[in-house]
Ligand binder design. Structure first.
Ligand code: ADP
Ligand code: MG
Length: 254
């Protein structure tokens, strides 16, 4: 078995009086795809955001490839890292959002070149070569010089995935990457994610696409009420759920 790449341990997160994550444990092994399912409001986005320290946990911890995220340990105490160290850690964690979040004033190529040049100090020429290779990989080599607004939603999301890959992250997080798309554009984005899965990219994908989960996931996690209710291989969780809450959810989405 491969090493644990993402380790979420006993994570609690509240917003004021609302406890959104109530002790989440999750491990994702290197090269594996974990799909997270669960009703709206169950804490899926909050969990992804705690993984890259966009949200600070109230207790528990997250590590990526053995490195604690957002904190350093000294003795048995955790000390918060400085912003610049958190930003460095975040370059190892690619994030693809529901609404693409491309830079509207930059061309497609510049969207991919920006972070490697500014955050990683890569030479521009090298970053551009990588960007063109990645655009080719997501089937958009001919769109390098266009602006995001000139692209369909599916194309924009493929650019967003290529942009996330440009920093060679250790793990890619997807938060409902196809739920803002017209139905006919969902397939092209899922195909890109499937292709990444086949090349051993470590990924956590929050989605309602059960067919995708069945086909691509190594592990399916069902979340409800801020906890992991059930986790296992797709056939176990999707076809033989043990928990009533999982069954109730699946009967609504299948
Ligand atoms: P999901 O992605 O599963 O739909 P979320 O993680 O977005 O769930 O939200 C879980 C709960 O936390 C919801 O009740 C939501 O309103 C609440 N929540 C999320 N972010 C914040 C925030 N920044 N401030 C207050 N409440 C929040
Ligand atoms: Mg969400």
């Amino acid at each position: 078995m491969s090493a644990v790449m993402v380790d979420v341990h006993g994570v609690h997160k509240s917003f004021g009086p609302l406890e959104v994550l109530r002790g989440v444990d999750l491990q994702v092994r290197a090269g594996e795809v974990t799909v997270i399912l669960g009703p709206s409001g169950s804490g899926k986005s909050t969990l992804l955001r705690t993984i890259n320290h966009l949200e600070k946990v109230n207790s528990g911890w997250v590590s990526i490839d053995g490195e604690l995220i957002g904190y350093r340990r000294s003795g048995n105490k955790l000390h918060e890292l400085r912003e610049k160290d958190v930003l460095r850690q975040r370059t190892n964690i690619g994030f693809v959002f529901q609404n693409f979040n491309l830079f509207p004033h930059l061309t497609v190529l510049e969207n991919l070149v920006e972070a490697p040049v500014s955050a990683r100090r890569r030479p521009r020429k090298e970053a551009e070569d990588t960007a063109r290779r990645l655009l080719d990989r997501v089937g958009l080599a001919d769109k390098a010089d266009t602006y995001p607004r000139q692209l369909s939603g599916g194309q924009q999301q493929r650019v967003a995935i290529a942009r996330a890959l440009a920093l060679e992250p250790k793990v890619l997080l997807f938060d409902e990457p196809t739920s803002a798309l017209d139905p006919e554009l969902v397939g092209e984005v899922l195909d890109v994610i499937k292709d990444l899965a086949s090349t051993g990219t470590t990924m956590i994908v929050v989605t309602h696409e059960i067919g995708f989960a069945r086909e691509v996931a190594d592990s399916v996690v069902f979340m409800d009420g801020g906890v992991v209710v059930e986790q296992g291989p797709p056939t176990a969780v999707l076809d033989h759920p043990r928990q009533e809450r999982t069954r109730a959810f699946l009967s609504k989405v299948l």
